[in-house]
Design a protein around this ligand. Structure first.
Ligand code: FE
Ligand code: FE
Ligand code: ZN
Length: 307
């Protein structure tokens, strides 16, 4: 039997580099992970620590973590869909070219990208900007793959439907270097029926092709289907529910696809934002056992409280 490929978002610091990320993933019981190469909300990027990269790659080998399953997430503030500000648009293109180089330096093969928001210029022009940008960024046949993430449809986000993603893929010349990252929370918020996943997957297959799925973000949602909100919830605690997420995680056709948790940290008490703990160790455990743990948040608090 093929093994479940599961992990979460982990940190990547200048000091500990890839080694720190691998150690964190192992602590959570993951066999893969996702990093931002710096802060997700800005584009400042420090030079990658070569020594820590080597040590991290060695630790991955020792623990049978396949680097082909490891993901980089591009920062979510860059926007390829709007080119009104030419300088900003050019910056985004340059940044993504550098991000591809960083991926190569780390040995990572997949980068998840939010397609972008058109911010008033309309869907068609927005999609054209994304296509033009990607054609400049992916100017070679080989190199890391960019996975376009399915979006919730908050504001003027593009990539909210399979058709929009298909338009982008078709418009890019070297589209063997393009794939898709499904995000379960975003699919739900975009209006797709995640509870009827086989139907959803069939639709995806008809429009894009399941072979293009390179990653799945496993998140429950705080909102109802079609809410266009994008607020993640812990696995089993949202409107999608544990059983529906388990069906996706263990889906026969998605066995080779890495599953990444991006669920919210648990706060020390219900509303405090200043002390929060990562839920991933307990969520991964629950997913491996395929048994819902209604005390997940309490277990997370009890585990970390004494640190
Ligand atoms: Fe994302
Ligand atoms: Fe996501
Ligand atoms: Zn999201």
């Amino acid at each position: 039997m093929e093994k479940l490929i599961i992990g979460s978002h982990v940190s990547f610091s200048q000091r500990d580099g890839l080694l720190g990320s691998v150690n964190e993933a192992l602590k959570y019981g993951g066999n893969t992970f996702m990093i931002y190469t710096g802060a997700p909300q800005n584009t400042l990027r420090a030079k990658i620590n070569a020594e820590k990269t080597k040590e991290g790659q060695k630790l991955m080998q020792e623990n049978h973590i396949d680097i082909n399953n490891v993901i980089i997430h591009a920062p979510y503030i860059i926007n390829l869909a709007n080119s009104i500000n030419r300088e900003k648009y050019q910056f985004t293109i340059d940044f993504l070219k550098e991000e591809l180089k960083r991926a190569e330096t780390l040995g990572i093969k997949k980068i998840v990208l939010h397609p972008g928001s058109h911010v008033g210029i309309g869907t068609e022009r927005g999609l054209t900007n994304i296509i033009n940008g990607l054609n400049i960024i992916l100017d070679k046949k080989d190199g890391p793959i960019i996975l376009l993430e399915t979006m919730a449809g908050k504001g003027s986000e593009l990539g909210t439907t399979f058709e929009e993603l298909k338009t982008i893929i078709d418009g890019v010349k070297n589209n063997e270097r393009l794939g898709v990252c499904l995000d379960t929370c975003h699919l739900n918020d975009a209006g797709y029926d995640v509870a009827n996943f086989d139907k959803l997957l069939k639709e995806f297959d008809d429009i894009i092709g399941t072979d293009k799925i390179g990653c799945i973000h496993i998140n429950d949602s705080k909102n109802e289907k079609g809410a266009h909100k994008d607020r993640h919830e812990n696995v089993g605690f949202g409107t999608i529910g544990f059983d529906n997420l388990i069906k996706i995680i263990y889906h026969e056709k998605l066995k080779k696809v890495p599953k990444i948790l991006e669920t919210p940290f648990v706060s020390i008490d219900n509303d405090s934002k200043d002390r929060t703990y990562p839920p991933y160790k307990f969520e991964i455990d629950m997913i491996k056992k395929q048994k819902y743990n209604p005390n997940l948040k309490e277990d997370v608090r009890n585990h970390y409280r004494n640190f």
